[in-house]
Write a protein that binds this ligand. Structure first.
Ligand SMILES: [Fe+2]
Length: 199
């Protein structure tokens, strides 16, 4: 998408981060709206999109400010489904950037909803007894942008809805656009996409 077509919208990922910070610090509402209105394509966040062969969902850190918010990018292999999980006591938002994601939502150990989020759609869940499970149920990679308010380093997974909490420490395969080790590869390299040469 040409940048001129975005007049009237936020223009960069940096501007999104500034707006998010402001809203969180001022404790104002409208984060769903901010994320929904934020026009973003995979092109805008490709520098953060790394994958690892050993990961069904590769998590990449974009921005992190303690006690304020964390922005991450997840890259989902085709068909991958993560475990039922919560988000500590944080608010969780995600926006689908590429592909689509299916979400199964649970509350107080009971299944409450199944949803499908397509490109551009935003999901918000608060962690008062809520947890969910997500699946990339289409034939290509899916990519999603996540916002956690505030950041957390511990959360729980569950073998089944209402089952025992299993504490986990989520990890990242890249931080701020740099791979954490040699096993992390850029999604664009995996897809073997080369820049189009303009004649
Ligand atoms: Fe989640």
């Amino acid at each position: 998408m040409a940048s001129n077509s975005r007049v009237g919208h936020l223009l960069t990922l940096q501007e999104l981060i500034l707006s998010l910070r402001e809203k969180v610090i001022q404790r104002s509402d409208g984060i769903d709206e901010l994320l929904t209105n934020f026009q973003i394509t995979f092109e805008d966040c490709k520098k953060y999109a790394f994958v690892k062969d050993s990961k069904g969902c590769s998590r990449n850190l974009i921005f992190d400010e303690p006690e304020v918010c964390r922005l991450t990018l997840s890259v989902w292999k085709p068909g991958f489904q993560n475990r039922i999980h919560d988000h500590g006591q944080s608010h969780c938002y995600f926006k689908v950037i590429l592909g689509l994601l299916e979400e199964t939502h649970f509350r107080d150990g009971r299944h409450v909803a199944d949803s499908v989020y397509k490109e551009g759609q935003v999901c918000h869940m608060t962690d008062t007894g809520a947890c969910h499970q997500m699946k990339n149920n289409h034939d290509g990679y899916s990519v999603s942008l996540h916002v956690y308010i505030p950041p957390f380093d511990r959360c729980n997974t569950y073998d089944e809805a209402g089952g025992a909490a299993i504490p986990v420490t989520p990890s990242f395969i890249s931080r701020y656009g740099f791979a954490v080790d040699r096993e992390s590869r850029r999604l664009l390299d995996v897809l073997n996409i080369r820049p189009i040469i303009q004649m």
